[in-house]
Ligand binder design. Sequence first.
Ligand SMILES: Nc1ncnc2c1ncn2[C@@H]1O[C@H](COP(=O)(O)OP(=O)(O)OP(=O)(O)O)[C@@H](O)[C@H]1O
Ligand SMILES: [Mg+2]
Length: 281
Amino acid sequence: MSSEITVDSTSTGSPNAAPGAASVLELQDVKCAYGGVQAVNGISMKVAPGAFIGLIGPNGAGKTTLLDCVSGFNRAYSGKVFMNGREISRRQPHQIADLSLMRTFQVPRLFRHMTVLSNLMVAPQHQRGEGLLNSFFRRSWKEQELANLQRARETLAKFAITDVAENYASDLSGGQERIAELSRTIMSVPKVLLLDEPFAGVSPSNRLRLADHLSMLSVEMSVTVVMIEHRLEWVERLCHLIYVMAGGRLIAQGSMEDLRKNRQVLEAYLGEAPGAKTSEQ
Ligand SMILES: Nc1ncnc2c1ncn2[C@@H]1O[C@H](COP(=O)(O)OP(=O)(O)OP(=O)(O)O)[C@@H](O)[C@H]1O
Ligand SMILES: [Mg+2]
């Protein structure tokens, strides 16, 4: 059975989207099970271009699994996913990344035996030196590599992790790993960015910087963002519209103010009001 509500950020919530505007991302009745566990149980949603969407819900709600399906890291699902009207259901992750739909992971995935800077340098898609023919035209790929190096350094500076640029990824703290992964994702200039708990493990002093940068990506670069996050104060600050998942279904949508008054949402959090996890840790 499909989720009881169909959420549609193209008609509400995004200040950047005209009502009824075409969706950049559309999910139709997505379902995914692990053995007997129905992790995602009929999710339909439309995400407007330029929207900054929050996806919240208690542990085990199915949020990460949903992102895995959309980004191609889990292709054992039913239902359909569209990006800019083009069906991308069950495509390989690299095919989806080629369409500029990028993601970060709940547990950051970096090349651990490479430096942070090298991790960023390998990110941009279709580098000129990769093709055999292009490799003969040394000047052109060298120029691109220098441009990438400059961008990588600028990106690290924006996130204030320049001091670990030459460190191996395996030596980073949890928060630094997360920011390095996000920096690498941004090197690929995403159109749609799916974030899985970007604030987890990030030091309190860096959270504001991270929030500013995510906001800049959305407002200045028109990146469409879907962000899973348990730290609800950041969800409230950044997101135009928040969707709540529980038991594999979407149970509510709205502003944090709306959701705080929603009984179904409060019950899903087992009596724990959204906002209870908002204290700095
Ligand atoms: N690889 C897996 N194999 C078996 N079951 C899984 C697997 N991944 C997730 N699950 C189960 O699927 C359900 C949804 O998990 P998922 O990780 O998507 O939830 P989540 O909302 O991201 O939770 P959290 O907030 O804790 O990260 C849970 O019951 C979980 O135990
Ligand atoms: Mg998760």
